[in-house]
Design a protein around this ligand. Sequence first.
Ligand SMILES: O=C(O)C(=O)CO
Length: 299
Amino acid sequence: MKSEISRRALLQNSGVAAATALGLGIKPSLAGESKADSLQPLKGNINQSVVHWCFKKYWDIEKTAQVASQLGMKSVELTPAENWKTLKKHGLTCAIASSHGFKVGFNNPENWDQCIEILRKRIDECAAGGVNNVITFTGMRDGISDEEGAKNCVAGLKKIIGYAEKNKVNLCLEMLNSRDDSHPMKGHPGYQGDHTEYCIDIIKQVGSNRMKLLFDIYHVQIMDGDVIRRLKQHKDYIGHVHTAGNPGRGELDDKQEINYPAIMLALQEIGYQGFVGQEFIPTRDPYQGLKQAVELCDV
Ligand SMILES: O=C(O)C(=O)CO
């Protein structure tokens, strides 16, 4: 896989070099990239998506959609409904809609009304816009025991899951790591749903085929590990998947420890039909990092 990627990269780079030498003046199709920088056609067995917040600093929605489309991805996700028409223009969808943030969630009954109101609105938007998934969170512990938090999550989510069912939209509960305290988006110390099985137990108790897990490989690797076994074990409950390199939530390169091609093959093996959202924080050229991730996950 690696040698194939390097070979491709080499061919592409030499193509650019040759064209430049010949004075062909390849017209950049996107600022900072040339057409020759685009991928070979993807196998497309994995539906790939890019998570907008990670790239927002570099690219607005139009540019993100252009890049995603150029890289053969199928979605730009966690972007508001007002942006979905831009995605459509580029032949893309939004794999999962955002909702209430991770800090205020269903573990505290005081937050239920607020979470339900925003989820209802998102479910309506998803039903109208052909989007299948909405994200949801447990919220922070803030003195609530894990047992109480789980009980509250089940009771709170049960108040909205019927509406999700009626509109054929999945609620995806995200597990997040609470270990990395180095950066506000690399880890979330105090988050209650910080173990895979804790979230799975909540999902099972809500008891609906519209209640799913957002399996973020980066967060699972930090808190629980044993990623492929967990994917297989919980296959019936996985609604969406996220990536990033660990440690550091950076690119999916050889400085990080997660074996993404093997994990993507495992997703195929379990018959996962959903999307894989690239959700890393770029530490170098964002286009090159995203291209590398897309190639690596295209198994
Ligand atoms: O850290 C994450 O993965 C989140 O989605 C928080 O919103």
